[in-house]
Design a binder for this molecule. Structure first.
Ligand SMILES: Nc1ncnc2c1ncn2[C@@H]1O[C@H](COP(=O)(O)OP(=O)(O)OP(=O)(O)O)[C@@H](O)[C@H]1O
Ligand SMILES: [Mg+2]
Length: 336
């Protein structure tokens, strides 16, 4: 019988459930986005956890029902147990524990960033060793990946994450939340060379990133421009996006040159950005390095990546007991 793994993801504001098998890949995946946060221009933790409590059971029943799967026949259950919002993580973890306890099926906690990285495995077999540029709402990291389960962080942001920078710039421009997709949309009509925004840590000689000076520069520019015409909004969006992409590409090129790795992957919500994909493919391609990324729905938070990670952990014999807890912050660790 086919090994079917259930994934559950509730680390931030998206409630997601998925079934994955090594033979068929993603069997079924459903994500319920929480729209209430738009009114507040950001994620409100208390609203997020209450919304997970309302959405998770119906979502699970839909996924299992549509796939014709039964709990007792699952090969295992994977759940994101950190990093993320504690109240949100607890809803997913408690639910997963109850399923595991009731069914006796194996349970494993998945680090959210390993999930984002393994979203690339949903698109086909990984070419390894590789470097993964993780660019999400809370993380900006270069991760050297020798094999599945063996990771080394070789560069990180010293302040804001790239997604956070997109979100804050979107807010400064009065664009709808989340800022990333809004800024990308506006940038299409803008001139990326209209304003010269800072590329943080350009000459730092390491592989770290910084986006706080960009955010300040955009705020000062917006204040100095006065009334923002649609043209100015597009130009600021395009110039800020270009500064973020330049910084990510420059450090990625340095990491590729220093390590000699021939394969790069993008992961996390910002990996959905078309300009980033285009510039990374061209820039790294020129250096003889291939670049791949997951389709947009697997870039942002989703349970398919968690089910896939669970499949690899459980097949390698790594499971957790019911004492498993959440963690709000914590580095990605190797396990194989
Ligand atoms: N097309 C896009 N261009 C730029 N940024 C984008 C795009 N689509 C989504 N994002 C950004 O991706 C982020 C959300 O990604 P993701 O869901 O991976 O983050 P998160 O789960 O909140 O953070 P983390 O994964 O670090 O815990 C947001 O900051 C959002 O603005
Ligand atoms: Mg995420």
């Amino acid at each position: 019988m086919e090994d079917l793994f259930l994934g559950i993801e509730t680390s931030c504001d998206d409630t997601s459930c998925a079934l994955y098998s090594l033979d068929r890949g993603v069997v079924l995946h459903r994500t319920a986005a929480q729209l209430d946060h738009r009114r507040y221009g950001g994620v409100v933790p208390e609203i997020a956890s209450r919304s997970h409590m309302r959405s998770l059971l119906p979502l699970y029943e839909t996924v299992m029902g549509e796939a014709g799967a039964s709990l007792s026949s699952l090969a295992g259950i994977g759940v994101t147990n950190g990093p993320g919002l504690t109240g949100s993580l607890l809803v997913g973890l408690s639910f997963a524990k109850a399923l595991a306890y009731g069914s006796g099926r194996p349970l494993v906690g998945i680090h959210h960033i390993e999930g984002h990285i393994l979203a690339n495995a949903l698109e086909g077999e990984l070419e390894l060793p590789a470097i993964v540029l993780v660019v999400s709402g809370g993380h900006t990291q270069l991760v050297s990946m020798e094999r599945i389960g063996r990771y080394r962080v070789i560069g990180s942001t010293r302040d804001d994450a790239a997604g956070e920078a997109f979100d804050k710039i979107g807010k400064l421009l009065g664009l709808p939340f989340p800022g990333g997709p809004s800024v990308e949309r506006e940038a299409r009509a803008g001139n990326p060379a209209a304003f010269d925004f800072p590329r943080g840590l350009r000459r730092s000689g390491d592989r770290d990133f910084s986006f706080s000076s960009l955010k300040t520069a955009v705020r000062l520019k917006v204040e100095s421009l006065g009334a923002l015409t649609p043209r100015l909004v597009s130009d600021v969006a395009a110039s800020a996006q270009e500064a973020i992409v330049d910084a990510l590409l420059e450090k990625s090129l340095a990491a590729a040159a220093e390590t000699g790795v021939r394969q790069f992957y993008l992961a996390g919500g910002v990996a959905a950005n078309g300009r980033l994909r285009e510039r990374m493919a061209a820039g790294l391609g020129e250096a003889g390095v291939a670049v791949s990324w997951p389709r947009p729905v697997y870039c942002t938070d989703n349970a398919a990546m968690i089910a896939c990670a669970a499949c690899h952990h459980i097949r390698a014999g790594r499971t957790d007991g019911l004492e498993l807890n959440t963690f709000p912050r914590g580095a990605l660790m190797s396990w194989s």
